[in-house]
Design a protein around this ligand. Structure first.
Ligand code: GLY
Length: 573
């Protein structure tokens, strides 16, 4: 195993925790030591690996595979661990998409996107004057959709090998006995303290009198108890019984509308993945209610007729071409994509070669396109989500993107249950046809209706070459998710970059509306100037996405990379 360790964290732990751990992979002197761990940014592993937003979650997943689990066992263990160690986006109170390719080539798409509660309605966020009230769809009890993550995990379990109790135990231990937090975690918890107090109705583990600091231990006993109920009772340990009652009591205290019946009826759904070919690679990605698969399908196919490699990496010519592909795909997102069980998404047309060819007929090299002339607009999404990638020794590949929507979701910690609810209702168009808080526009396809799932940008993606596993990849980043995945694939396939460079290179983003290009601060300044001369409005912004990928090299090695933009880390063997 070859690996790059960027940061080594060394923390002291109190001797009082010693001896409390039993039969677990977590604990001082165990494989996953929550008091002393490193942020390993990349590694080449012989058999199996995980790349996720948190070192402890990646280590849990890798260790589960070491103990005989497959990629699905590791996915479940990693996902529960993230719900504990990465509370900003890891979750049991949110939702997501799991995309997998089994070693025999079978494709699996599990949709556990949150759903609007039965009492939701199209105009629920409008005031008397008909204006959208963003505060209600973004924070507090009314912002939450019915959580889907636990249902999704149990559908994933159909493909796993090890006892379920073993897969959730690491998360229970991490919650009950705690783990030391990094500097970034301390700072984000401190930054959210005021909101936790405002939007929660009971005290929670995330709020303490003094400021969090690096090396502090975060203990979440209420969450450990909720996870233990799931361990004992299965999905019913979340959707029925004590946990469901705690969610509904929280709703009553805070003016929310999720009911016991909403929770009981929630089911994950199976979705047929979107598959298309890009320069000899089969790209497999997620179907609606994610917009991700359609968007990367459109963007890659729009640029495929051009010799992007010859244009060069992030030259004005290649970036302009990619911006114009992004502009056109995102315009379609707004008009045509929503929950396919409520709205007829013209998926076949949007991905047909004739349609895609026609979309690029008005592309003019050297001259900025105009969003005014392309029609429709975009429903935005917030940027705090999390992705992880898993490959096991057998060759099963899994890509999971899961979210609370905003960082720490709606900032409501369910009283005595210890987990944070999502604010995914904001991913619906609160008022179809009119600009929302980001100045972007959503369409009828994504209007609110009871039980409907809100449009997503999450883009868990797999690539195969000659029917053999090649890549598992994905990222958080709201509407920037599909452009990040698009650019990582182009970097790999067209520019022959290493996975590390493909992931860590500067990114840019255009989402049709607003008609501007966002760039990371490290983006090529000469290209920026040339694009401005063509007529593009360019805006510098913070980092775009946190991409986690595993590339299966020609000899079967798992080349595993975690994005440099956060505490993301890899583990494997
Ligand atoms: N909430 C982020 C997304 O689903 O796109």
């Amino acid at each position: 195993m070859k690996s790059t360790i960027f940061t080594v964290l060394l923390f002291c732990f109190s001797s009082s925790v010693l001896g409390q751990y039993e039969n677990t992979i977590v604990g001082p002197n165990k494989a996953v030591n929550p008091y002393q761990y490193s942020v390993v940014k990349s590694g080449t592993f012989n058999r199996a690996s995980v790349s996720s937003a948190h070192p402890l979650a990646s280590m849990v997943g890798a260790e589960i595979m070491k103990q005989g689990g497959n990629a699905f066992d590791a996915t479940i263990a990693t996902q529960f661990a993230l719900a504990v160690v990465y509370p900003g986006a890891g979750n049991i109170g949110g939702g997501g998409f799991t995309l997998a390719r089994k070693k025999d080539g079978t494709l699996i798409g599990i949709d556990y996107r949150e759903a609007a509660p039965a009492k939701a309605n199209r105009d629920m966020y409008l005031d008397a004057a008909g204006n959208a009230q963003d505060a209600l769809s973004q924070n507090g009890h009314l912002a939450s959709g019915v959580p889907g993550t636990v249902a999704g995990i149990f559908d994933t379990y159909a493909h796993a090998k090890l006892p379920f109790a073993m897969l959730i135990q690491p998360a229970i231990d991490l919650a009950r006995f705690g783990f030391v937090i990094t500097e970034k975690e301390a700072s984000s918890l401190n930054g959210t303290k005021k909101d936790f107090i405002q939007y929660s109705t009971k005290p929670s583990a995330f709020v303490k009198e003094t400021k969090w600091k690096v090396g502090d231990t975060l203990i979440q006993v209420a969450l450990a108890n909720t996870l233990a109920r799931i361990q004992k009772e299965g999905a019913k340990g979340f959707y029925e019984g004590e946990t469901a009652a705690l969610i509904v009591e929280e709703m009553k205290r805070g003016g929310g509308i999720i009911s016991l019946e909403d929770l009981k009826q929630y089911k994950a759904k199976s979705r047929t993945p979107i598959v298309f070919n890009y320069r000899g690679y089969d790209v497999i990605s997620f179907a609606p209610p994610s917009s991700g698969g359609i968007l990367i399908g459109q963007m890659l196919k729009m640029i495929e007729p051009f010799n992007v490699q010859k244009m060069g990496f992030q030259t004005p010519a290649s970036v302009q071409l990619m911006i114009e592909a992004e502009r056109r795909a995102y315009a379609d997102r707004a008009a045509h994509i929503g929950d396919p069980d409520f709205y007829k998404v013209p998926q076949k047309t949007l991905l047909s070669s004739t349609y895609i060819k026609n979309r690029m007929l008005d592309y003019k090299p050297g001259v900025a396109g105009s969003s005014e002339q392309i029609g429709a607009g975009v429903a935005p999404t917030s940027e705090e989500t999390t992705h992880f990638s898993v490959v096991d020794p057998e060759g099963n590949m899994v890509a999971v993107t899961t979210t609370l929507n905003g960082g720490y979701g709606n900032r409501t910690v369910v009283g005595d249950a210890g987990f944070i609810l999502n604010n995914e209702m904001d991913d619906f168009s609160a008022k179809p046809g009119s600009p929302n808080m980001y100045g972007a526009i959503g369409g009828e396809a994504n209007s609110i209706a009871p039980y409907k799932r809100m449009l997503s940008s999450m883009t868990p993606t797999l690539l195969t070459k000659n029917k053999k596993p090649f890549l598992t990849i994905g990222t958080p980043g709201g509407t920037t998710i599909p452009t990040s995945v698009f650019q990582a694939i182009v970097n790999l396939v067209d520019f022959n970059m290493s996975l590390e460079d493909a992931i860590n290179s500067p990114k840019f983003h255009h989402q049709w509306l607003p008609d501007e290009v966002s760039i990371e601060k490290t983006f090529n300044q000469n290209t920026k100037t040339e694009l401005e001369k063509m007529g593009y409005r360019i805006k510098s912004r913070g980092s775009i996405g946190r991409t986690e990928g595993i590339l299966i090299g020609p000899t079967g090695k798992r080349i595993t990379v975690a994005d440099n933009r956060g505490d993301d880390a890899v583990a494997g063997f």
